[in-house]
Design a protein around this ligand. Sequence first.
Ligand SMILES: Cc1cc2nc3c(=O)[nH]c(=O)nc-3n(C[C@H](O)[C@H](O)[C@H](O)COP(=O)(O)O)c2cc1C
Ligand code: SF4
Length: 514
Amino acid sequence: MTRVFISRDSTALSLGAEQVAKTLAQQASSKGQSVEIVRNGSRGLFWLEPLVEVETSEGRVAYGPVQAEDVASLLDAGLLEGKQHTLYLGNIEEIAYFKNQNRLTFARVGLTDPVNIQDYLAHDGYRGLKNALALQQTEIVKQVTDSGLRGRGGAAFPTGIKWNTVLNAPADQKYIVCNADEGDSGTFSDRMIMEGDPFVLIEGMTIAGLAVGATQGYIYLRVEYPHAKIALNQAIEAAYKNGYLGENIQNSGKTFHLEVRSGAGAYICGEETSLLESLEGKRGLVRFKPPLPAIVGLFGKPTIVNNVISLASIPVILDKGGEYYKNYGMGRSRGTLPLQLAGNIKHPGLFEVAFGMTLRELLYDYGGGSASGRPIRAVQVGGPLGAYLHEGQFDTPLDYEAFAAISAVLGHGGIVVHDDTVNMADMARYAMEFCVEESCGKCTPCRIGSTRGVEVIDRIVDGAQKDKNTVLLRDLCDTMTYGSLCAMGGMTPFPVLSALNHFPEDFGLEAAKA
Ligand SMILES: Cc1cc2nc3c(=O)[nH]c(=O)nc-3n(C[C@H](O)[C@H](O)[C@H](O)COP(=O)(O)O)c2cc1C
Ligand code: SF4
């Protein structure tokens, strides 16, 4: 029986993976060839999806991108023995894009059957939890603090400090909430891990529960991720059946329950306090801080709210130790970041690497430059609230502080590429419009300011009192930055001002580059 791997990841499915899997099963069976098709996660090399991998004595041989109509010729050429074909790519793990990553969090994604708990256990799964069960709560938190892990959801707040706050907050009930709202444009690492290795997130949340004494967890999942929901629920069921969730986890006397809850399609519900409101069944309005969710969170109880990738990075930290994780990275940015390359790029996909690689290396050495073959003009890093970077900034290392120094953010690691046909005044207008659409409406600078922002940009582009309106736009951005209650209104000026400062010609202005 030959094992063949075809991804169940949404990207692969949208490119035809389901038809490829069905056709391969039918044609192999009619030829009397014995095949076991495993539906794995994606390796993240999206331009090669649907990718078909065949297990051979020399490792997994890959073919891609494969369409259903290629299956007959692949089988004739000897697909099941890993033989040559025009779609032959060789050993998947030798492809430079894959080989040169530091896959700590994504170690199993693409390798295993995502919902098979035995496969998870056979590939180092639940080793972190096993270690955590032998530690005191403070020792678990210390490992997380020592690792230097900072929240991967955007704000890069040290995870160990957050956990310590919840650990020290006295309460009869505490909660672990996973922020799986992943609303940023060009981001998909949360989705990929939930579809490709849901157990790693479940294990990370269970460890978090043990660490702070929380017995209930919720995964707040954006409604646009139906495949992730299926994978998570299948994995949660398997974890319960095998004693990794519920009462008396692995005979430890410890309890942790976990459920998935769906959002309703609002970007602002990714902001942690709106998320908690939504989880409580209310409209997603931002709460005032303080009190922090770590003290007064879900249903008024101390709550850890962490991003999917933050929580999915916990098992490797508890397995190999905080120091091991900390040895990757640069400066105060420790460990790895799963970067997501999207937009006008030849090799879109996921690239997990230690902090410190430059944007240029990523864009050209791995991304292969723009898909259109035209020069890359602007790159938005960190989602819709992230700054646009110009060519002169591409040598910036991917590091939180280096990005802050150029008034930019790394955020959730999403990178959206534009070639030289982009109009940056349109992009600035779009940023303001996005804020109009997605504002929760609680505070004036964001609710009203974004609407006025669209109008002012339109006036500048139309050439109406350009100088006066440019001053007004900068004033408005100041008000939004300093007067907004949350980062929705507070960070919308990042894309707007970076577009204005770096690409004034697109606004019909002549100012020199800032
Ligand atoms: C408008 C807005 C949207 C956000 N969306 C997300 C999101 O989709 N996912 C996420 O993890 N964090 C998001 N955040 C950040 C969260 O508020 C919070 O910082 C994060 O969930 C904390 O987890 P971490 O420390 O693990 O990053 C958003 C913040 C803002 C202001
Ligand atoms: S900045 Fe916008 S999204 Fe945030 S609280 Fe104010 S109105 Fe709501």
